[in-house]
Write a protein that binds this ligand. Structure first.
Ligand code: ADP
Ligand code: MG
Length: 332
């Protein structure tokens, strides 16, 4: 450092180069990976970022946690004051105005419903509401058959001025299939705005990578759906999103049947045929919603859908424990 304040007898350009080199050297000496695990949106989250300023890192990690909590307050079905709860209470009686942010996420959910012919449907909650996986509860046959009739994304009417109305009583919505990915994407944007260029953020099964791991790709593991301590695969990734939906996250088994948290809107019962689906692509909101969607669609229809979506790929693990890769991942 003393060198920098001495008059330089070299040509100006060389002095500048030496000064920049020294500055970079001191900065690199302080730079490091900062990490933190935290609980949010009913799941475990983890953040890792590279910074040359540990104070800034601490602040940014707090900001990310606050952003998750803000989204939780807006979209949680368990918080009575959330906009989502307000919709579930009021929107069948009268049009309800929500924030532009909520309205836009409802629009994105609707697009994925249209794209998937209703496999992704936030009104799954009309019947999903009767399941309680922790307490091993499920609706009986008559309740399920009645509630199932209220599952239809078209019943969520998106009107003018961020106003929403449900077409009939009995309709309930839940953003559990998209909100976590949205929160991850928003948080990564926040880090990028503050000059961070290398980070990993993961919440439950939704992960977003910003840049690479400084000179090498991030290695993201896909859990083995039946063996907790094993990976089914590892993917080297940079600057992209990856989400996994599995039948092993929230479930209970009764009489040999696995009741898990991804419901087929057609039946109001847990989707069958796959153990997990992983989706990669640019945007975590999209990979989150698509992994849930493909899980419902199953291998054949799910593969057909993902092949149509530019920049997105998938890995399916079937009930027969076979892995299937979409074309973007199977090319050498
Ligand atoms: P996780 O929440 O474990 O990351 P997913 O991203 O696969 O898992 O999302 C599962 C969640 O999506 C469920 O807990 C529920 O809130 C919601 N969900 C379940 N079935 C559907 C469906 N058919 N369409 C939209 N959302 C769904
Ligand atoms: Mg999902």
């Amino acid at each position: 450092m003393t060198f920098l304040i001495q008059p330089c007898r070299q040509p100006a350009l060389i002095c500048f180069v030496i000064a920049v080199f020294l500055l970079q050297f001191t900065a690199t000496a302080n730079a490091q990976w900062q990490q933190k695990s935290f609980q949010t949106l009913g799941t475990q989250a983890y953040i890792e970022l590279w910074t040359e300023d540990s104070k800034q890192a601490e602040q940014l990690i707090n900001d990310v946690q606050a952003e998750f909590e803000r989204i939780n307050q807006l979209m949680s079905p368990y918080i009575a004051s959330s906009e989502l709860s307000l919709l579930n209470r009021e929107a069948a009686k009268k049009p309800v105005q929500v924030s532009a942010e909520m309205y836009q996420l409802l629009q994105r959910a609707r697009q994925i419903s249209q794209q998937s012919n209703g496999a992704f449907d936030i009104t799954f909650a009309s019947v999903g509401f009767y399941y309680d996986y922790r307490n091993h509860k499920k609706p009986d046959e008559t309740v399920r058959q009645t509630a199932r009739q209220y599952v239809n994304y078209q019943s969520v009417e998106l009107l003018k001025n961020n106003t929403v109305r449900f077409a009939q009583p009995g309709v309930k919505i839940d953003l559990g299939g998209i909100a976590k990915g949205y929160a991850v994407e928003r948080s990564i944007a926040l880090l990028a705005q503050h000059g961070i260029s290398n980070a990993l953020l993961t919440a439950g099964g939704d992960t977003r990578l910003l840049g690479d791991k400084r000179g090498k790709p991030w290695l993201v593991a896909i859990k083995h759906p039946r063996q907790d301590d094993k990976y089914a695969a590892q993917l080297p990734l940079e600057n992209s999103a990856i989400s996994t939906s599995g039948d092993y996250e929230r479930y209970f088994i009764e009489d040999g049947v696995r009741y898990h948290h991804i419901l087929d809107p057609k039946t109001g019962q847990s989707a069958t045929g796959l153990l997990s689906v992983t989706v990669t692509g640019a945007d975590t909101t999209q990979t989150d919603a698509l992994s849930t969607t493909l899980f419902v669609l199953g291998l054949k229809q799910g593969m057909a859908l993902i092949e149509q979506i530019d920049g997105y790929d998938a890995i399916f693990i079937t009930a027969e424990r076979q892995m299937h890769f979409s074309s973007g991942l199977s090319q050498p």
